[in-house]
Design a protein around this ligand. Structure first.
Ligand SMILES: Cc1cc2nc3c(=O)[nH]c(=O)nc-3n(C[C@H](O)[C@H](O)[C@H](O)COP(=O)(O)OP(=O)(O)OC[C@H]3O[C@@H](n4cnc5c(N)ncnc54)[C@H](O)[C@@H]3O)c2cc1C
Length: 453
């Protein structure tokens, strides 16, 4: 089922009767299950008795992305190939210039469907491509449970502002569906032959930086679902008690799958609810916190550009008042990147990301707070955090990352008691980690990983 609130008609062209197929440019929803853009494409193809062509284009360069991200994304292509093939849907994959390829394919289409994007570069790209396509274009918001503008009409001050609105709308929007069956399975002739992905890192993507490390998870929809089902069956009941513990590793590790659209948040939501297990904490993160992050990035175009324009007044004032405070340590980007500070907990967190592409959520908060404490200015800390987060986290370059980093500076939070450097912005220290968790076990775990690498 596709709720009408998810669909926008992009331009004033109407259906082209001479077109040979419906074209779906799959970009941010790299999956079959609970993909409303794919579903709309099938329904429209059925309505006009046309075959459906799904096109996936790998951009040669994407800001902040390196081989780690590309590999994870491309591991999902086989699942798509197989799944779409079974449904009688044509699929073509290319590496290169999106604008040219999609615009070329659109010439023979009756209409075109896009999935939604929220970060600046992708939004801009979709706008540019959309403007060059002389066919009817639909965009479909499929990567959130509740469409952003339906959930809340402006930037939310904090989670409390949108929680009730989201919860109220969950029964209507958090509904999974089986994809419709495509009726016209005719082979589409003369579409460009897909690129050979097996050798692509030696050919078209050979320029990408390779980060050596340990591969903890493999990309793709099948892996995502396997992990989700196994997590819900075997580990979910421990989430509320242990998800904050860095040493326990009790969270789902689904963020990279969700980031690449290989897994829909609706699928996770439904699976968790269906289990009947008490997992209010996970729903709070997956639904409320994640959609708060989407709200932030959608309504605040400065989300990764300008601290002053993203923080509430009280946080700006506090950080500014304490600008002159002496920093106990000041580290260069290089020292931070290599995890060589005096703080073994922070170093362990940084090394976890560098090695595996993942950092435990509690450590992400500590990690961000400490960079603020150890940088000359809040603005410098902001830049460093964005750079490291987007480079190393497999789930980086995501609204969650931008909101998570902004949170370290006071966004979506409230004032606490006064401290040096932070003023009333929430502070975290190593004593807190020691008191609440077996943090030495976490350090030990990362050391073992390091020894293995
Ligand atoms: C400084 C900082 C940077 C962060 N960078 C990123 C990032 O680049 N990408 C990213 O996806 N998340 C980021 N987060 C949010 C959060 O830490 C991760 O989503 C979470 O740790 C991922 O692990 P998991 O999949 O095991 O999460 P689980 O705890 O199992 O949660 C399930 C899902 O809920 C969502 N979620 C969990 N925590 C949050 C949160 N605090 N805010 C919004 N959504 C959440 C994620 O999609 C996650 O996969 C950041 C947080 C901070 C404080």
């Amino acid at each position: 089922m596709i709720q009408s609130e998810r669909i926008k008609i992009y331009n004033s062209f109407s259906f082209d009767e001479n077109g040979e197929y419906v074209l779906y440019w799959m970009q941010s929803a790299q999956r079959i299950k609970n993909n409303h853009a794919l579903e709309l494409s099938i329904q429209l193809a059925n309505k006009y008795n046309l075959p459906l062509l799904v096109c996936f284009i790998v951009m040669e360069k994407y800001p902040g992305a390196n081989r780690r991200h590309y590999e994870f994304m491309l591991e999902g292509i086989d699942d798509l190939k197989m799944g779409l093939n079974e449904m009688g849907i044509s699929f073509t994959v290319h590496v290169g210039d999106v604008q040219t390829l999609i615009v070329d394919l659109s010439h023979r289409a009756s209409l075109v469907v896009f999935d939604d994007s929220i970060t600046r570069q992708l939004k801009q790209l979709k706008d540019d491509v959309g403007q060059r396509i002389q066919k009817q274009v639909f965009t479909v918001e499929t990567n959130v449970i509740v469409p952003i503008e339906t959930a809340y009409p402006k930037e939310a001050y904090a989670a409390y502002a949108i929680r009730k609105a989201l919860q109220r709308q969950a029964a209507y929007f958090a509904v999974g569906f089986e994809p419709s069956k495509l009726k016209n399975k005719a082979k589409i002739e003369n579409i460009p032959v897909s690129v050979q992905l097996e050798s692509v890192f030696e050919t078209k993507l050979s320029h990408l930086e390779d980060l050596p490390g340990i591969k903890l998870i493999k990309g793709g929809e099948r892996e995502a679902l396997k992990r989700l089902y196994s997590y819900v069956e075997n580990e979910l009941e421990h989430y509320d008690s242990f998800s904050n513990h860095p040493e326990k590793d009790a969270t789902s590790h689904l963020s990279a799958y969700i980031h690449f659209g290989q897994l829909s948040p609706i699928t996770v939501y439904e699976e968790v609810m269906k289990s009947g297990k008490n997992a209010a904490g996970l729903i709070e993160q997956l639904f409320i916190r994640r959609e708060l992050a989407y709200n932030f990035v959608h309504y605040n175009p400065d989300y990764d550009l300008d601290l002053i324009k993203i923080l509430p007044d009280w946080a700006n004032k506090e950080l500014d008042r304490h600008r002159i405070d002496e920093r106990p340590y000041e580290y260069s980007l290089d020292t931070l990147e290599q995890g060589q500070t005096h703080d073994s907990y922070w170093n362990a967190a940084q090394k976890e990301t560098v090695l595996t592409g993942f950092m435990h959520g509690t450590m992400r908060m500590y990690w961000g707070k400490k960079v603020i404490e150890w940088s000359k200015t809040p603005e410098e800390a902001f830049k460093i955090l964005l750079y490291l987060n987007d480079k190393y986290q497999l789930d980086g370059r995501d609204p969650n990352g931008y909101a998570g980093i902004a949170w370290c500076f006071g966004k979506h939070d409230r004032p606490f008691s006064e401290r040096a450097i932070f003023g009333k912005v929430r502070y975290m220290n190593a004593e807190g980690l020691k008191r609440k968790y077996r943090i030495e076990n976490y350090v030990e775990k990362i050391k073992t990983l390091e020894d293995q690498s």
